[in-house]
Design a protein around this ligand. Structure first.
Ligand code: ATP
Ligand code: MG
Length: 469
């Protein structure tokens, strides 16, 4: 990438001015400025956050260049509603801080300015060169780190260091034009995701870009350009070098932003599943009936629907879903080795969690409820009054019940349990007792609360394992 050659340190004393400083640099062959005037694009100020506009105007009035950039410009061009608005400027972070009382500087490696308006934060980044790829995977870039920390760049450098051409468009407040240095405007019109520069090199620099290609194409309904797509299956295993914490964040974005099904199918199509969810990938490929995959997709469909309806979605439930195939497989193996059901469930849950942590840093506040969702599945066949009451009051009951529903939809099994617990939730304590008392088979357990119903339990656990057959 030639951008580094052209990077320069901005002298904080100088006050580089907006459009006047924009010159195309002939030594970067791929870069040439195309200005798309207001009447040739669809971005309207009324769709831009008023706070982002405030930041842009203030920068301009102080004589700096300020552009809306990145995902927001891309999303606005396709008629979407950006969830956040980023600004790029030639002002240094200190200069930005000077302009805004409500500004704080963050980041040690590369300083960024956050301008805070109540709950909305406008991130203002100084143009920078392709020194820091934003990956956070420091081990890939040993040496030269100090340099990297402080090198600002021109707007051209800033465009070239971004990932996709569609993400390298700049909206200028002074004339409401879009500035395109790399052909991104055309690519957005053609609904193409294309990496800037040599795709293989860009993936090697930062393998998470493979996930971003899939996530963003799923979100936008874009196709991944042929050259950008080609290296992905070959380089999939590089993802294991990415920082687990970053992969966790990326997976949340991928699956909790309303495009989980399309993202999952993209991961499968490009062979990335074994790199990020290895045990689930193995379980899915050995599950001949396809029941596990059906259940997973059904769950992701439900997640997308909840996002579309503005209902909350939880990382614990999501990971319970994503790792359920792995859990079922581990459980089956342990039980086949003769371990009793309860012990096998606990061990399987721990084992799957531990193995997954090697790739994706799933925080405990999510992995514990995830495991509870799994372990509660075996308790739904009880009809014993005290156990029923206790399960209904369990903080994870609702999530576990929703999970049971998914299992019903995917396999047609557990219909009786779903019906029982659906009704149980609607009944008062007395009505529940009466209904339990009235049930023939369940009567046998009334009053025997401490005697574990061994026979029933064994049957339950094997039904979880049955899904893997
Ligand atoms: P969304 O916010 O919809 O998830 P986005 O493109 O805005 O998508 P962000 O993570 O918010 O994604 O990144 C903002 C911008 O930073 C991107 O548009 C892109 O220009 C740049 N960027 C992000 N990640 C990378 C990366 N790994 N390599 C190069 N540039 C990146
Ligand atoms: Mg963004």
């Amino acid at each position: 990438m030639p951008a580094g050659r052209n990077s320069r340190l901005i002298d904080p004393q100088s006050n580089p001015h907006g459009p006047a400083t924009i010159t195309s640099q002939p030594q970067i062959p791929a870069v040439s400025l195309r200005v798309i005037p207001r009447d040739q694009h669809t971005i309207s100020r009324k769709d831009i956050s008023p706070n982002a506009l405030r930041v842009l105007y203030r920068l301009r009035d102080a004589g700096y260049a300020g552009y809306l950039v990145g995902g927001a410009v891309r999303d606005l061009l396709v008629g979407g509603h950006p969830k956040d608005f980023d600004v790029a400027t030639d002002a240094t972070p200190e200069q930005v801080k000077h302009l805004f009382r409500n500004c704080r500087l963050i980041g040690r490696r590369f300083r960024l300015a956050h301008v805070v308006f109540g709950r909305e934060i406008i991130e203002v980044a100084t143009f920078r060169a392709n020194i820091d790829d934003g990956s956070g995977d420091r081990q890939l870039h040993e040496g030269g780190r100090l340099l990297r920390d402080n090198v600002y760049g021109s707007i051209e450098d800033d465009a070239v260091r971004r990932d996709f051409t569609a993400n390298a468009l700049y909206y200028a407040i002074e004339d409401f034009s879009v500035r395109d240095y790399l052909g991104g405007f055309e690519d957005v019109q053609a609904r193409q995701m294309k990496l800037i520069g040599d795709p293989e090199q860009r993936y090697r620099e930062d393998p998470v870009r493979m996930l971003r290609a899939i996530r963003l194409s799923a979100k936008l309904g874009f196709e991944i350009g042929a050259e950008t797509a080609e290296p992905i299956p070959r380089l999939a295993s590089l993802l294991s070098e990415a920082a687990p914490a970053r992969l966790f964040e990326e997976l949340l974005k991928m699956f909790l932003s309303g495009h989980a099904v399309a993202s999952f199918e993209g991961l499968e199509r490009f062979g990335l599943l074994p790199a990020i969810l290895p045990e689930t990938a193995a379980a899915l490929s050995s599950n001949r009936s396809g029941a596990l995959r059906r259940m997973l997709l059904e769950g992701l469909r439900g997640t997308d629907l909840r996002v579309a309806n503005d209902e909350p979605v939880s990382p614990a439930f999501l990971f319970a879903l994503l790792l359920w195939p792995a859990y079922c497989r581990a459980l089956m193996a342990l039980q086949a080795g003769g371990m009793n059901a309860e012990e096998a469930q606990r061990r399987a849950a721990d084992r799957v969690t531990l193995h997954q942590l090697q790739t994706v840093a799933l925080p405990r506040r999510f992995s514990l409820p995830m495991q509870e969702i799994w372990l509660l599945q075996s308790r739904f066949s009880t009809r014993q009054r005290k156990r029923v009451t206790r399960l209904l009051a369990h903080p994870r009951f609702r999530a576990a019940y929703d999970f049971l529903l998914l299992r019903l939809v995917a396999s047609g099994e557990h219909a009786e349990d779903v019906e029982f617990w659906r009704e149980a939730q609607t009944l008062s304590g007395d009505a529940l007792s009466a209904s339990l008392g009235a049930e023939g088979g369940a009567d046998a357990y009334l009053g025997e609360d401490d005697a574990p119903p061994k026979r029933r339990r064994r049957r339950r656990s094997s039904s979880a394992a049955a899904a893997t057959e």
